[in-house]
Design a protein around this ligand. Structure first.
Ligand SMILES: NC(=O)c1ccc[n+]([C@@H]2O[C@H](COP(=O)([O-])OP(=O)(O)OC[C@H]3O[C@@H](n4cnc5c(N)ncnc54)[C@H](O)[C@@H]3O)[C@@H](O)[C@H]2O)c1
Length: 301
């Protein structure tokens, strides 16, 4: 099977160095020109450089996904430069957070706006641009295992990722009459594999997703338990490279009738019976197929 996105234009929101950049690079690897959006200028620029290093075509479109004028602005920038958008990846989100007893309304509102409002606004304006041009495009919303299972300590994340699971199905219905497909992909604790990110994580000591607890917890506070993502995976965790291959295939013509579905590459994590703990000793999976030979490194994170 020869997946080709030649001639296609993609827009990836929140194209930071981890999953967003991995998906952007994956789409470019299969032939798409990629507009890398981020609210952080440096993040968008780094994602573009990573694609260009391998001879791909990319442009940075800086803007806040929650601001409708900003979304209209960068969607127009892409349309002016390349004339079309065939693929939208709604990836921007705020990770981390706190549990329901400790979360602030400020973080809750911002997190819900970035994932929820951001996905809505980008879907709306990009879908209109597809319809106006007769493009039977593909939209992929990036969810999380937190969309499907309840985890302590991330109440806003659980809410907006769960909401996006049904947004995906409903938007798939709204856009099916136009031949536009809407699906989701649920990353499950992937291991970062972008060499630039791994270098900066080595310096900073790794990913820190959970916020520091408040110093003055009340006397009735009870321990919230712990998360062990590695120890609970029947196989190995995936990488942004695995996600890039899958999303590129999902945006290709092979997936022409797939809409309203969710995809995972999670080594069996979601299929697992909740009380089952996999054995520590397991076979190595097949080796990862890199997007480019020098682009996939596995560090200890
Ligand atoms: N990393 C994981 O383990 C994991 C697991 C499951 C799901 N996910 C999901 O995958 C996606 C990417 O995760 P990641 O680990 O690469 O996150 P990340 O934090 O590294 O990247 C997110 C990017 O979004 C950008 N962003 C934030 N607010 C924005 C806004 N208002 N407008 C535009 N850009 C904005 C940030 O600047 C950042 O570069 C997210 O949707 C996340 O929820 C991640």
């Amino acid at each position: 099977m020869e997946v080709s996105l030649e001639g296609r234009v993609a827009l990836v929101t929140g194209a930071g160095p981890n999953i967003g950049s991995g998906i952007a690079l994956g789409l470019a690897r299969y032939g798409a020109r990629v507009a890398c959006n981020d609210v952080a200028v440096d993040a968008a620029a780094a994602s573009v450089r990573r694609i260009e290093r391998h001879g791909g075509e990319a442009m940075a479109v800086v803007g806040d996904v929650t601001d409708e004028d900003s979304v209209r602005g960068y969607v127009s920038e892409v349309l002016e430069a390349w004339g079309r958008i065939d693929i939208l990846i709604n990836n921007a989100a705020l990770l981390g957070g706190r549990g329901v007893l400790e979360e602030s309304v400020e973080f809750w509102n911002r997190a819900v706006a970035v994932a929820g409002t951001g996905t809505f606004l980008n879907t709306k304006h990009v879908a209109i641009s597809m319809i106006e041009r007769g493009i039977k495009g593909s939209i992929v919303n990036i969810l999380s295992s937190n969309a499907w299972q309840g985890c302590a300590g991330v109440i806003a994340y659980a809410f907006h990722k769960g909401g996006l699971a049904n947004f995906t199905r409903a938007a798939a219905m709204d856009l099916a009459p136009y031949g536009i497909r809407v699906n989701s992909y649920s990353p499950t604790a992937p291991r970062p594999d972008n060499p630039e990110l791994l270098a900066s994580l080595s310096e900073s000591g790794g990913l820190r997703r959970h916020f520091a607890p408040p110093p003055d917890r009340p006397s009735w506070w009870r321990d919230a338990g712990k998360i062990d993502v590695r120890g609970n995976m029947p196989m190995e965790p995936s990488t942004p490279t695995d996600i890039g291959h899958c999303v590129a295939w999902l945006c290709s013509d092979y997936a022409r009738l797939i809409t309203g579905c969710d995809f995972v590459i999670d080594g069996g994590a979601r299929a697992k019976y909740w009380g089952y703990t996999p054995p520590e000793e397991k076979a190595e999976p097949l080796p990862l197929i890199p997007l480019y030979e020098d682009e996939t490194m596995l560090g200890g994170f």
